[in-house]
Design a protein around this ligand. Structure first.
Ligand code: HAM
Length: 418
């Protein structure tokens, strides 16, 4: 083998591609019925956009960034996620001038230089939405409802919505300082990574999967009331009231902090025990300061993204390969041109038609047609053609009959409609 795909990347080939296409069709229809419109942003962006928004000390920026210098000396990166790009596009296109909220969805390829393993890819794909322009819990309730509804619609069973609130920037600072005070004397008990996180990315210590860190955190008691200001506390209560009214089950998780710095107030993650170690199907939350951070007017927003690879691994959808309706075969080379023209005309009419591209004998064309699962073959034979006819062979019954060449289109359309 001369070239192989890079580790952590995937070729999505037929018939597997049919699952992706089906999922994408369903997702588009679903989001559009809730008034979300598609946005496509570039795969490359200025690295600074993500450094500012996700956070300089986040794992993504520290360890997983794909960056290069452009000829003009710009620091460019492959996008590791889409939310910051959407925020940039919102500002750059002055979408804040629109009345009301702006609602986007996207289906995107993202890149993170992770150590590839089950559920962790270097190129992975996300389905996501961003609802921009509302500070109120009703917006968070809508997107969580949407996420929950989508998973139900796709018949994903066994998933849990974990919910938390980080509060506003001041609350986050308070949370960090309470946490640092609580664990300062126990630093030696933390894993090496968390010891390095302390003081730089302290909140991330909370969702470390390492047992020694979990032990240190076991006794930690910082209540919501202690770390959220009255406004943020009220916001969270109101969101929970919405979710309860909408009958959406969720679990509170005080330790849910997320790995991206831009979050404020609501954060959530959807997990499934069927996914193994990388158990998050999707995640999201509110990012009320991000748009201002990237140069826009203060604009609250909320959103989520689902990992497509992880989602597909939970779905019991069948792969499908399109089956041609008809195969055009020729008995000898003289009839290749009318046969080819007929094949193209049928395709133009929307009838999936296959034929021979490799100068096969008639016998092997019939074998190929059979292996493609085609039932009817139109045979351009010397004798029939001299009488302005072609033969139609039914591969299932073995029966064959002739029709006038001018009737091919009608006969095949009838077969297609049957
Ligand atoms: P995230 O938690 O980094 O959030 O990613 C969301 C989802 O993408 C994860 O739950 C997971 O399913 C999938 N994912 C992430 N990294 C990988 C990977 N290396 N391989 C496979 N799947 C992966 C965000 O990206 C935020 N932008 C979500 C958001 C949108 N927040 C507000 N709006």
């Amino acid at each position: 083998m001369k070239y192989r795909k890079l580790s952590g990347t995937e070729d999505i080939i037929p018939p597997r591609i049919s699952l992706w296409q089906k999922l994408e069709r369903e997702v588009r229809a679903y989001f559009e019925s809730f008034g979300y419109q598609e946005i496509r942003t570039p795969i490359i962006e200025e690295a600074e956009l993500f450094i500012r928004s996700i956070g300089e000390f986040s794992d993504i920026v520290q360890k997983q960034f794909y960056c290069f210098r452009s000829a003009g000396g710009k620091n460019i990166c492959l996008r590791p996620e889409v939310t910051a790009s959407v925020a940039r596009a919102y500002v750059e296109n002055a979408l804040y001038q629109k009345k009301g909220v702006v609602k986007f969805y996207y289906i995107s390829a993202n890149f993170r230089a992770e150590r590839p393993q089950a559920g962790r890819r270097r190129q992975f794909h996300q389905i996501g939405i961003e609802l921009i322009g509302s500070q109120y819990p009703i917006a968070d309730a809508e997107i969580i409802f949407l996420l929950h509804g989508l998973l139900k619609k796709l018949r994903v069973c066994e998933f849990t919505i974990e919910l938390n609130s980080l509060g506003c920037e001041d609350d986050k600072k308070k949370f960090i300082s309470l946490l640092e005070k609580n664990i300062a004397s126990k630093l030696k008990g933390l894993c090496q990574t968390c010891q390095e996180r302390f003081g730089k990315n302290t909140l991330r210590i909370l969702d470390c999967k390492n047992n020694s860190c979990k032990n240190v955190l076991k006794e930690l008691k910082i209540s919501l009331k202690q770390r959220l200001c009255p406004t943020c506390f009220e916001h969270f209560l109101e969101l929970r009231t919405y979710l309860e009214a909408l009958k959406i089950d969720y679990q509170l998780n005080d330790f849910l902090v997320r790995g991206l710095d831009y979050y404020t107030k609501t954060v959530f993650e959807i997990t499934s025990p069927r996914l193994g170690a990388q158990n998050a199907i999707g995640a999201g939350g509110r990012y009320d300061n991000l748009i201002e951070e990237v140069g826009g007017p203060p604009t609250p927003a909320t959103g989520f993204a689902i990992g497509i690879e992880r989602l597909l691994s939970l779905l019991e959808m069948k792969e499908e390969e399109p089956k041609p309706v008809v195969f055009i075969a020729t008995q000898n080379k003289n009839l290749k041109i009318p046969a080819f023209a007929t094949m193209l005309t049928l395709r133009e009419k929307g009838i999936l038609t296959e034929g021979d591209y490799q100068d096969r004998s008639l016998k092997s064309q019939l074998r190929l047609a059979d292996s493609l699962g085609v039932r009817y073959v139109v045979i351009f034979g010397e004798e029939e053609w001299s009488q302005d006819q072609v033969a139609i062979k039914d591969l299932k019954t073995g029966k064959q009959f002739n029709i006038a060449k001018d009737d091919i289109l009608k006969a095949i359309s009838d077969i297609n409609d049957a």
